[in-house]
Ligand binder design. Structure first.
Ligand SMILES: Nc1ncnc2c1ncn2[C@@H]1O[C@H](COP(=O)(O)OP(=O)(O)OP(=O)(O)O)[C@@H](O)[C@H]1O
Length: 893
């Protein structure tokens, strides 16, 4: 991975073309033929080929001498099967707008095609870029690194990459590798993708949501705004090219045959039940008996990989053979930070030579075992990989639009995936692929992976599509159209969330949500956090939720791990437990963090990643002017902030709630699915209402990462979602009805108290009552508000908690009821007069008792906030006064 090329100290001076570094869209292009497949534009006549094989051996871009490394790599590049097709490809590109390119794994598509396009002049003297998408971050990064070496330039200059939370490109960049998700995000800002002259969609067989939406978007651009000056190439080793040819108006197909090194495939004779044990057994056999070469193993997820790493380590150590070669076991999955992922590309341990009992000398090979998810399945070349072990499974997203639940299921891979996995061997030398299933099983696998668009929750991507200017989502030209159910559900959830208005148009909130590379629920939580005065805490929680589980629970030390974890636990909330972990981690000194993680059974990598993500999210929040430092100090005022945090969680996740049936057994609110709280949850007090982050489908239905909430918050924060008319009869409906009733009476009482206070202040109680009843007291009320500072504060806090406009509705309802209950009120008011006489202190106590006893819901919590806020502000004022006095004294002295 690491470049052997000596690092340049000085920046090179740019050639003439370099002056036009910042790519700008070409606006004046005259088209001779606008028909697809055969276009020749004015631009194409202006192609400026770049000659990398000039006689002077001077680099055409850097204007420096080529390095030695360049020529060495050039030799291997020239042996790639794609080299024979170079001229053919360039000619096809000249004549067509779209090309479908297929070719064996390792034939040179990803690394060579962008270079051919650049050499042919499609950067138009540096005005345009060529980009190549990858479904995975690690692939984008490693391929960009390789191509920068092949082109003999620094990574980040002429060749760069952009992945989520990381951009290594510059205005000089001519060839850019980026994830398909990042290209989509770019399309949200620049709908025409005008900086690119050629867009390559690589690994098209993966059919990720982003790739599929890009297909539709590019097709639209090719017939409208970019019909004259954009070219698209669709590439893969394993696609059904005809499907793409038809979709892109009979675009030509170019197939690159042949590969450099062969790969032998081995199947099991009988199926393997426990594939992880199968992997360990095969790995040990390879290490003990196979010739030199590293091993790449495919498993389904982080936990499985970490577990397998540990088991394989002990199995190799316990190996009966007296001596074995050095070995290193390296995990590789998406959540690892880059410096950890890079270990997969580091050199293999050295061989050892041992003398056998009969005096013979034997070489014990050093070996690397890389245990990866399917992030290593496509585009990657890891030098030294000779053996691939493929158990035939991966985790796949499955969304049920009726139940509204998305889960990751361990499922059999497709034949296309199996061939990609095999293709990770035989890239720099010949290889072997051990499939831990029978040949018959292989033949029964699906040909292609089912497109993600057909089996995922489209909610997160929908706002992005809107932002890209796709007006009618139902009529969008999908390569494989998703079901109406999926689309309607996505529209509906975004509408409930407030991202889309009644007409399906993006709201201001929707625009803000789509600015975050997050699920809309998480983004909304972040946006709303300012309102609840807990930006810092929510930033941390969102960052922690965007990383894998931070708690480690090794098989042999589970008890110790659980004891260590207990320190962080919040008995009512997994979210707050995560916050506790992060807060403590943050206070630990940098050089002691690793040790602290070990002691506390916390995954250091996860924490490192959370810190990084938090920084990025903080920057976005600040850029949108939505960040406000949390006013209260969490460590000092925990219960108040916890309340605010929980309400803020409800702002994002009010659609993911459940109602208690039995202890750990809940019913998902809208969909009536019975679920259990995940066994590892921190929650110990199982309240009536619970909010969850994830639905996990294993042999049972679980909800994971939960927080106990007050039901009243749901009807207060999302009354539109919790309208009882939307629920069928049952427990949940009757619980909600009772919540709505409580809410009404709570508001009524709240109103009354407000009124009473006002009346007490002026001594004209009955007058106000009647005026309020008639709805004429607004102006007088405003004047009184000005008089009373305390009341003002209360209202500010209350406004924060309520949703826009809801308060007005509540007031209307209340004024109607005030009329009806006039007589009752008068009686109570008389009682209150008596209470006032009995002194202020008693009065306060009684009020608190009354509210806590009668209203367990929102109102009591609001009052708590108000009271706490008041107390805090009083304390603060006292403190500042004291400080001022002290300062004065010191000055006087
Ligand atoms: N980092 C690297 N180190 C050494 N050789 C490499 C590296 N990357 C690529 N190669 C060489 O370049 C060849 C072509 O790689 P490339 O990724 O372009 O193939 P591909 O056709 O796109 O394969 P796939 O379909 O698997 O993505 C590899 O087979 C390998 O020989």
């Amino acid at each position: 991975m690491e470049s052997n090329k000596p690092k340049k100290k000085k920046k090179r001076t740019n050639s003439k073309t370099k002056k036009q570094t910042k790519p700008t869209p070409k606006t004046e292009t005259k088209q001779e033929k606008s028909e697809w497949g055969k276009t020749k534009t004015e631009q194409q006549e202006k192609l400026e080929p770049i000659n990398f094989q000039n006689k002077d051996k001077i680099h055409p871009l850097t204007k420096q001498k080529f390095s030695k490394n360049y020529f060495e790599i050039l030799e291997t590049r020239e042996q790639l099967p794609i080299t024979a097709q170079k001229e053919n490809f360039v000619k096809l590109l000249e004549e067509n707008q779209v090309i479908i390119l297929t070719g064996e794994t390792g034939s040179g598509k990803t690394t060579q095609i962008p270079q051919y396009i650049l050499e042919a002049g499609y950067s138009y003297g540096g005005k345009y870029r060529i980009c190549c998408t990858q479904p995975r971050r690690v692939a984008a990064l490693s391929v960009a690194t390789r191509v920068s070496e092949e082109m003999d330039v620094e990574l980040g200059s002429e060749v760069g990459y952009t992945i989520r939370f990381e951009d290594k490109s510059s205005p000089e960049t001519l060839v850019k590798y980026l994830t398909d998700g990042m290209l989509l995000r770019e399309a949200m800002i620049d709908n025409n993708l005008s900086q690119y002259s050629v867009i390559i969609i690589d690994e098209a067989h993966e059919r990720t949501i982003s790739t599929d939406i890009l297909f539709g978007l590019l097709k639209q651009l090719l017939t409208t705004t970019r019909k004259d000056d954009l070219k698209v190439i669709v590439m893969s080793a394993t696609i059904e090219h005809k499907l793409f040819q038809e979709y892109f108006n009979n675009a030509p197909h170019l197939d690159v045959t042949g590969r450099v090194y062969p790969v032998d495939i081995f199947y099991l004779e009988e199926g393997e039940n426990d594939y992880v044990s199968g992997v360990i057994k095969t790995s040990v056999e390879i290490h003990l008996s196979e010739p030199k070469g590293d091993v790449l193993i495919f498993l389904t997820g982080q936990e499985e990989i970490e577990d397998c790493c540990e088991r394989l380590y002990w199995r190799l150590c316990d190996s009966k053979s007296s001596e074995i070669g050095e070995f290193e076991i390296i995990p590789l999955y998406a959540a690892l930070p880059y410096y950890e992922q890079k270990k997969a590309f580091m050199p293999t341990p050295d061989d050892k030579i041992t003398t056998l009992q009969n005096g013979e000398k034997k070489t014990l090979y050093g070996r690397k075992f890389i245990i990866a998810t399917n992030i290593a399945e496509t585009s990657l070349t890891i030098q030294g990989i000779v053996y691939v072990i493929d158990p035939g499974f991966s985790k796949q997203k499955v969304f049920d639009p009726k139940k509204r639940v998305e889960s990751l299921l361990v499922s059999p891979i497709s034949r296309a995936s199996a061939n990609q996995r095999k293709g990770r061997a035989g890239r720099t030398q010949s290889g072997k692929c051990f499939r831990l299933y029978t040949k018959k099983t292989f033949e029964q696998l699906e040909r292609q992976t089912i497109p993600e668009l057909l089996r995922s929750n489209l909610g997160p991507v929908l706002l992005n599509m809107k932002k890209m200017g796709i007006i009618n989502l139902l009529m969008f030209d999908y390569l494989s159209p998703p079901s109406i159910d999926l689309l309607v559900r996505a529209l509906e959830t975004n509408h409930y969330l407030g991202g889309l208005d009644e007409d399906g148009e993006l709201t201001e909130l929707g625009h803000q949500i789509s600015s975050f590379p997050l699920d809309p629920q998480l983004a909304k939580m972040l946006i709303k956090s300012q309102q609840y005065d807990c930006c810092d805490e929510i930033l941390t929680i969102v960052a922690m939720l965007s990383t894998p589980n931070c708690f480690i629970r090794p098989r042999k030390r589970r008890k110790q791990a659980d004891q260590a974890r207990a320190r962080f636990i919040d008995c009512n909330s997994d979210h707050l437990t995560l916050l506790n972990v992060y807060n403590e981690y943050f206070t630990i000194q940098k050089n002691q963090k690793n040790q602290w993680c070990k002691q506390n059974f916390i995954n250091n990598r996860t924490m490192y990643q959370a810190v990084n993500i938090r920084k990025q999210l903080f920057n976005i929040l600040r850029r949108l002017d939505l960040y406000r430092k949390s006013y209260n100090d969490y460590s000092k005022n925990q219960s108040l902030i916890e309340l605010k945090i929980k309400k803020c969680l409800v702002e994002g996740f009010f659609m993911q709630t459940a109602y208690k049936l039995k202890r750990k057994k809940y019913l998902i609110v809208r969909d009536k699915q019975q679920v259990l709280v995940y066994p590892g949850s921190s929650i110990q007090f199982f309240r009536d209402w619970i909010l969850f982050h994830e639905f996990v489908l294993t042999e049972r239905n679980y909800i994971r990462t939960c927080t106990s909430i007050e039901g009243q918050w749901l009807v207060d924060i999302a009354p539109h979602y919790y309208e009882t008319s939307k629920f069928s009869n049952g427990r949940v409906k009757s619980a909600l009805e009772s919540l709505h009733r409580q809410r009404k009476s709570a508001m009524e009482k709240f109103k009354k108290k407000k009124m009473k206070k006002g009346e007490n202040a002026t001594g004209k109680e009955t007058e106000k009552e009647t005026e309020m009843g008639k709805g004429k007291g607004k102006e007088k009320k405003k004047k009184k508000k000005k008089k009373s500072k305390k009341e003002k504060k209360k209202e500010n806090v209350k406004e924060n908690v309520k949703e826009n406009g809801k308060e007005k509705e509540k007031e209307k309802e209340n004024t109607k009821e005030v009329k009806k209950n006039k007589k009752k009120k008068n009686k109570k008011e008389n009682k209150n007069k008596e209470k006032k006489k009995s002194g202020k202190k008693n009065k306060k106590k009684k009020k608190r008792k009354k509210t806590s006893g009668e209203i367990k819901n929102l109102l009591s919590n609001e009052n708590k906030i108000i009271n706490n806020d008041e107390d805090n502000s009083r304390k603060r004022k006292k403190k500042t006064k004291k400080k001022k006095k002290e300062k004065k004294k010191t000055k006087e002295k």
